[in-house]
Design a binder for this molecule. Structure first.
Ligand SMILES: Nc1nc2c(ncn2[C@@H]2O[C@H](COP(=O)(O)OP(=O)(O)OP(=O)(O)O)[C@@H](O)[C@H]2O)c(=O)[nH]1
Ligand SMILES: [Mg+2]
Length: 318
């Protein structure tokens, strides 16, 4: 199941306690405790979602070990490095943004390990009563967080329910996501890769998606990071321009900046309509001055032309 938001608890390691020991000469010799390990997130571009996180688990780094005799230092606790997909944002429970992992290999420190306590060797020059003194290791920081993912895709498929989005994703990327002759077949985003381009198929948008109607809003944040918007409209529609406007309105409500994004209109199901219908649809969309490709999933040529166009547009955008 595709998961783009999780509640996760992190905890850095505690520092080890300082030791109280005496050498053969009866002088204080206790070493310092080791530091607790830190917790980091690491950007990993091969990961696609946050489903590997277990909300009931505490993600914790190792504790520092106590100091030992003869001034030996306790070993430092092991850092915990947790891989996350790009772009992962970290929020505290009040919704404050704490940080963002947006590049492959980027490390983001979430919690700092506690420093180790001091052993009594440190207090060797003190008074008699301080010779047995040591300090405890400090506690590691903890964080109750939400991780939220905004996928960086090359192409994002948008359009009304039943427009044929998943069918195109399947045929272009040889995926096997569910397709059916009713709206809202796609309940969670589907992924596929065509010519090394990551394609994301969102559940259909409807009027009011931006305000939370239907399934739209849950995943609409992923539109922000896509290079190309691929807007699917069925040629069997009564009014393709109206369909286009309904979705565009929703997209702009999600983010007004999205009208600057490269957009390709894909007219689908060409095999179900006549040549005249196609011409009529093209005429009604003319005023938009957008690139348009006409497809049918049973016409392989049209699908290859679409792939060429997507390759060209994404290359131009990056
Ligand atoms: N004849 C024909 N039917 C198509 C074509 N593309 C899709 N369909 C049919 O249209 C219906 C809807 O297709 P989907 O791919 O599920 O549409 P969707 O946009 O993903 O729909 P939601 O997930 O509900 O938003 C299915 O019955 C498909 O078989 C096409 O090119 N030609
Ligand atoms: Mg679908």
């Amino acid at each position: 199941m595709f998961i783009d938001k999780v509640r996760v608890d992190f905890k850095a390691g505690n520092g080890g306690n300082g030791a109280v020991t005496f050498g053969r000469d009866k002088k204080p010799s206790g070493g310092n405790g080791g530091s607790g390990g830190d917790v980091y997130l690491l950007g990993e571009n091969q990961l696609l979602d946050l489903s590997k996180f277990d909300k009931d688990k505490l993600y914790s780094a190792g504790d520092g070990l106590p100091g030992g005799a003869e001034r030996s230092y306790g070993k430092n606790g092991k850092d915990l490095i947790v891989k996350v997909p790009l772009v992962t944002e970290v929020f505290d429970l009040d919704g404050n943004l704490l940080g963002k992992v947006q590049e492959n290999g980027q490390l983001l420190k979430l919690c700092k390990g506690g420093i180790g306590g001091l052993g009594n060797f440190v207090f060797r020059r003190g008074q008699r009563k301080t010779l047995r003194m040591s300090t405890s290791g400090k506690k590691g920081e903890d964080l109750k967080a939400f991780l939220s993912l905004q996928i960086i895709s090359d192409i994002i498929l948008i359009g009304l329910p039943n427009a044929g989005k998943t069918s195109i994703l399947n045929i272009l990327t040889q995926s096997q996501a569910k397709v059916a002759d009713y709206p809202f077949t796609t309940l969670q985003p589907n992924f596929g890769v065509v010519r090394k381009l990551l394609m994301l198929d969102l559940p259909g948008l409807i009027e009011g998606s931006a305000e939370g109607k239907g399934l739209g809003r849950k995943y609409t944040k992923h539109i922000n990071n896509a290079k190309v918007l691929m807007h699917c409209i069925s040629l069997t529609s009564e009014d393709v321009l109206q369909d286009y406007k309904k979705i565009s309105k929703e997209v702009l409500k999600i983010n007004p900046e999205l009208n600057k994004k490269t957009e390709l209109i894909v007219l689908t199901k060409a095999d179900e309509v006549s040549a005249d219908d196609i011409q009529r649809a093209l005429n009604s969309l003319k005023s938009l001055k957008k690139e348009i490709v006409i497809t049918s999933i049973i016409d392989d040529n049209s699908i290859q032309q679409l792939a060429d166009k997507l390759e060209f547009l994404t290359a131009k955008t990056s």
